[in-house]
Design a protein around this ligand. Structure first.
Ligand SMILES: NCc1[nH]cc(CCC(=O)O)c1CC(=O)O
Length: 309
């Protein structure tokens, strides 16, 4: 097997992105003692545009484009992403070569005033950065005021602590990775808040022609997590999933079966349709196709058309 002697990891410079890049760096250094593994921190447009919600500025691609350019120009050999921030379609010439074992995929309830969403009185303010979470809140807690929030994990916690919100819904994975688990007052069950496709997993992107890095990174790929995230992303891809679409999809492998659940809806009205299917975990696309068929049979396309206007 051809090995590499040095590689450069491209990453955004948010504390969470840097944690994730350093995590992959340490795994590569452990697997390949003596290899040079460096990190190239970059600022993306998604990091710069903070006054608008992602659903208004163009979505997930804003967090990956500059990292892909760095790989194209030879300044980096791989990019480490939060998989849920990676667009469902990669540009020509790139591939998602590995998906790591996922951290806790649940959404977390963060508040210094209340112990859970159930305890919040009518009119209490919940901050969220995602239309998926807004839909969940509209469906289950229509008496709460849902407000948009942008910024990285620390910025959002700062806004909560400054009193701009009474609570925040955020990814458990981000808080845990940053050593902020003590801020989590409650984990929101996936039955209530089905996760975003790929939530909690890391996606490692390379140039498709880079055979050396593909081989070197293969050990990071977790087959069950990859199957689940492949199915989750396939549902999103089929239904035009993006930051503009309130869509949730979550797969788990149980024995030889992949159990996939999904939901799409209208965050403004709380209208939603759900579906689930079980199938061979080695054929995630087939399981996703069955879930998409069920969602479409229940009117998912019309709901999403109303959302996108
Ligand atoms: N774009 C936000 C984002 N992207 C990845 C994570 C957390 C890590 C993960 O879920 O994989 C977060 C924070 C959040 O959703 O609260």
């Amino acid at each position: 097997m051809s090995t590499f002697e040095r590689c450069v990891i491209a990453t955004r410079e948010s504390p969470l992105a840097m944690w994730q890049a350093l995590h992959i760096q340490s795994r590569l250094r452990e697997a390949y003692p003596g290899a040079s593994v460096e990190i190239l921190g970059m600022t993306t447009r998604g990091d710069q545009i903070l006054h608008l919600t992602l659903s208004k500025v163009g979505g997930k691609g804003l967090f990956v484009k500059e990292l892909e350019v760095a790989m194209q120009e030879g300044a980096a050999d791989l990019a480490v992403h939060s998989l849920k921030d990676v667009p469902m379609e990669l540009p020509e010439g790139f591939e998602l070569t590995a998906v790591s074992h996922r951290e806790d995929p649940r959404d977390a309830f963060v508040s210094s005033k209340y112990a859970s969403l159930d305890e919040m009185p009518a009119g209490a303010r919940v901050g969220t950065a995602s239309l998926r979470r807004e839909l969940m809140l509209r469906m289950n807690y229509p008496h709460l005021e849902v407000l948009p929030v942008r910024g990285n994990v620390g910025t959002r916690l700062g806004k909560l602590d400054a009193g701009e919100f009474d609570a925040m819904v955020m990814a458990s994975a981000g808080l845990k990775r940053l050593g902020l688990e003590e801020r989590i007052r409650a984990f929101i069950p996936v039955e209530v808040s089905l996760p975003s496709p790929g939530q909690g997993a890391l996606g490692i992107e390379i140039c498709a022609k880079n055979d050396v890095m593909r081989e070197a990174l293969a050990f990071i790929n977790d087959p069950h997590t990859r199957a689940c995230c492949t199915a989750e992303r396939a549902v999103s891809r089929a239904l035009g999933g993006s930051c503009q679409v309130p869509l949730a999809a979550y797969g788990v492998v149980e024995g030889e079966e992949l159990w996939l659940r999904a939901l799409v809806g209208n965050h403004r009205t709380g209208e939603a349709v759900r579906a689930e299917a079980r199938g061979d975990w080695k054929d995630p696309e087939a399981v996703a196709a069955e879930v998409v068929r069920q969602l479409r049979d229940q009117g998912a396309d019309a709901i999403l058309k109303a959302v996108l206007g």
